[in-house]
Design a protein around this ligand. Structure first.
Ligand code: C2E
Ligand code: CA
Ligand code: CA
Ligand code: CA
Length: 279
């Protein structure tokens, strides 16, 4: 493995070698998985905190490696970004999510929201906006049913290209959410200069919101900030009724978390919607 024949070889331990081989193996499998279209979406409900009604879903990528083997994004998302596969896979995600939105809307009999994660590398492709627009127009749902989730890391090297794409997306009518709000390079300047319409309170604040006064303070401040700026606010990672009640008391708009539902397959999401329709 290309190691010089000097004392450096001592540092290239067996452990590093096996890690390297594992990474190579993963990359090979990801190439194949992309070609064979093994990436699918699971859908996690976003509920109205006030009524507990399902308002929409967040689309979350899964790697269906075998019929009964599902791999989670923490294992592969940084690898597909590094390998430059995120564009191909990203477009497949956008297409699948748009199709699911149309099916869900049809089943529920009213418009269902669909939130789609975009990684910073997807913004490098100048066609991103055009592809999104085309997909949404082809299914015929109103653009404002769709929300694109971005993270603060997108603004590390603040390119004109990012701003231009976000403005076009918003101009078309889709929503833009700032994901994991408060955990990153958060700057009020981002909220001031970019067309953000939704804040997502990170799970790390929600976890101890009723136990830790600092987390409580941050959470209530984010909710107030969102209201003052006319944005929607979503609390992520709600697992307990205590957390739910807290969000209700403080008028958070939407909730997402295991308390309501884990991310589920398309079929299971349809079942949730059928149940919802009967009530
Ligand atoms: P994220 O965008 O912050 O998504 C929320 C994550 O929190 C999801 O993990 C979800 O399953 C998990 N979660 C939701 N509610 C709860 C809860 O009550 N308890 C706990 N313990 N977890 C909860 P997941 O699906 O494993 O995704 C992890 C991350 O991978 C996402 O974090 C996102 O950054 C990335 N990701 C997922 N899908 C996509 C995608 O399609 N495109 C891109 N670019 N990134 C994605
Ligand atoms: Ca997200
Ligand atoms: Ca998040
Ligand atoms: Ca997160």
């Amino acid at each position: 493995v290309g190691v010089q024949s000097n004392s450096n070889i001592n540092f290239f331990s067996h452990e590093m070698e096996s890690q390297f081989l594992q990474m190579m193996e993963l990359e090979m499998q990801l190439e194949k998985a992309t070609a064979e279209e093994e990436f699918i979406l699971h859908y996690q409900p976003q509920v109205d905190i006030e009524t507990m009604q399902i308002k929409g879903f967040e689309a979350l990528i899964r790697w269906q490696k075998q019929p009964n083997e599902v791999i989670y994004p923490n294992v592969f998302i940084s690898a597909i970004e590094r390998m430059g596969l995120i564009n191909t896979i990203g477009y497949s995600i956008i297409k699948q999510a748009c199709q699911a939105q149309a099916i869900f809307t049809n089943v529920l009999g009213r418009n269902v929201g669909m939130s789609i994660n975009l990684s910073p590398s997807q913004f490098v492709d100048p066609n991103l906006f055009a592809v999104i627009k085309e997909n949404i127009l082809s299914i015929g749902s109103p653009p404002n049913c769709f929300t694109f989730e971005i993270t603060e890391s997108l603004f590390v090297d603040n390119s004109a290209n990012v701003m231009d794409t976000l403005n076009k997306l918003r101009g078309f009518g889709v929503h833009i959410a700032l994901d994991d709000f408060g955990t990153g390079y958060s700057s009020f300047n981002v909220l001031r200069t970019l067309p953000i319409t939704e804040l997502k309170i990170d799970k790390s604040f929600v976890d101890n919101v009723t136990l830790n006064p600092v987390d409580e303070g941050i959470t209530t401040t984010i909710i107030k900030l969102a209201k003052d700026l006319n944005m929607k606010v979503v609390a992520e990672g709600i697992e307990t009724t205590t957390q739910h009640e807290f969000m209700k008391t403080h008028n958070c708009n939407l909730g997402q978390g295991y308390l309501y539902s884990k991310p589920v397959s398309l079929d299971k999401a349809l079942e949730l919607l059928y149940q919802e329709r009967e009530h």
